[in-house]
Design a binder for this molecule. Structure first.
Ligand code: HAM
Length: 419
């Protein structure tokens, strides 16, 4: 019979890699808490309409990449392709604004996008993200971006570039509306050089042309007018304050006027974090400000800003040794049936000291047990055989110190906790 394999683009996370993930996740949780963020967990499955309305009908994610199906009740549901829309839904549904003017939430979990799998691009991937809702202050953008920069550095990644841009707003006619007019005229002029989809986008969502992956469209887009030249009296100073705040904190960035982001909800600040060590999928985090999303989803007008890191991509950059600080790992080696009840209790008491203890469960010779302890990279071996039980002791071997001592049975856990 053919064994069943996992679905393409959906990976198992196996040891020892899972330990590295846990180290990054726990570092991230600590980092978020230091900025006073709390965790939110939303369902993996939501009504399709949430993402269509939240992310935008004319985005690649909504058009091509969603895992959408009708459930048994006939409702169209979708596996979440990102976290922001769900967080906003929960924020509105549970009236989170009620508790405080500012709501700071972080999340961590799997997202689903039906993309062509390749290095760093999966169909089930994981995001670590946060959303700060309730203020239009540019200082919030500064805080969120500096949080991201600090987190990346905390997990040992230093070789990356933070790129920022402003996408303006729709509130002032002279801001994005004026830009859209210009950019539409520009692309209409060059329509013959654009792909069929971009020709359609000319009428639906011309900004998306700037994000098209088609090489000829990219070439045309390279000389298109840029949003930064159109920023209004609100967006211009906002962007300046963000840049100044980042400079004050010593957060390095470059302004990339070509950033448009692949989701439709952004206005004002948009940013991405890139690395040259990832291959073609070189952005491992992205985010920005979204002042209209909460309102457009039926909530009160609430400006917000946030980001998400792609964990698979981040983990490709995190140093191999991150989080693997040498800690004590004990191998308990019972020899013979008489030793089993003694060993069971010693193992229980060692674990109660929060030490890692692997107890041998099969009948094995001392030689093969020592070999296994070595393979499992244990730091100590506790040997309990007939002669030891008679004497009321265990033999404790310390691999690193290359020492061996006889320790009274009742004192083994304390001895190991103290060494
Ligand atoms: P995004 O740029 O679509 O933004 O995704 C954020 C990150 O998720 C990307 O930078 C990338 O590292 C990772 N990612 C996306 N798709 C894949 C994939 N198929 N395989 C592996 N990794 C992937 C958002 O999702 C926004 N919700 C971020 C945000 C939060 N904006 C405001 N708040």
């Amino acid at each position: 019979m053919n064994p069943i394999r996992s679905i393409q683009g959906m990976s198992d996370l196996l040891p020892p890699e899972s330990a590295r993930w846990q180290a990054v996740e726990s570092c991230a949780r600590g980092h978020f808490h230091s900025f006073n963020y709390s965790e939110i967990r939303t369902p993996l499955l939501e009504f399709t309409e949430l993402f269509v309305r939240g992310i935008g009908t004319d985005t690649g994610v909504v058009q091509k990449e969603m895992y959408t199906f009708d459930d048994k009740g006939g409702d169209s549901v979708t596996l979440r392709p990102e976290g922001t829309a769900s967080v906003v839904r929960a924020y509105i549904q549970h009236n989170l604004a009620h508790a405080d003017a500012i709501t700071k939430l972080y999340y961590l979990g799997p997202m689903f996008r039906y993309e062509r799998p390749q290095k760093g691009r999966l169909r089930q991937f994981h995001q670590l993200g946060c959303e700060l809702l309730g203020t239009k202050s540019a200082l919030a953008d500064v805080e969120v971006i500096s949080l991201l920069d600090g987190l990346i550095r905390k997990v040992g990644v230093t070789d990356f570039t933070l790129e920022i841009n402003s996408l303006g707003c729709m509130d002032s006619e002279s801001c994005r509306p004026a830009y859209l007019k210009q950019v539409t005229a520009f692309f209409t002029d060059k329509a013959a050089g654009l792909c069929a989809e971009c020709n359609r986008r000319l009428t639906t969502n011309p900004l998306r042309i700037l994000d098209c992956k088609n090489p000829t469209c990219k070439e045309v887009a390279a000389t298109a007018p840029v949003m930064l030249e159109f920023l209004c009296a609100d967006c211009g100073p906002h962007f300046e304050t963000v840049k100044q705040g980042l400079e004050t904190l010593g957060v390095s960035f470059v302004v990339n006027e070509r950033i448009v982001r692949g989701l439709d909800y952004y206005d004002k600040t948009a940013f991405e974090v890139l690395s040259n060590n990832l291959g073609s999928q070189n952005a491992f985090a992205g985010g920005g400000r979204y002042n209209k999303l909460v309102e457009s989803m039926g909530g009160p007008a609430t400006p917000a800003v946030g980001f998400a890191i792609g964990l698979e991509r981040l983990l490709m950059l995190v140093p191999e040794k991150f989080g693997s600080a040498a800690s004590r790992k004990i191998y308990l080696a019972p020899l013979g049936a008489k030793a089993h009840p003694v060993a069971l209790k010693i193992a229980r008491d060692i674990r109660a000291k929060n030490l890692v203890c692997e107890m041998e469960l099969d009948d094995k010779s001392l030689k093969s047990q020592l070999r296994r302890a070595d393979k499992l990279q244990c730091t100590h071996v506790v040997i309990v055989g007939d002669s030891e039980i008679e004497k009321g002791v265990a033999v404790v071997k310390d691999f690193a110190a290359k020492t061996q001592s006889e320790v009274p049975l009742g004192q083994v856990p304390d001895f190991l906790a103290g060494v």
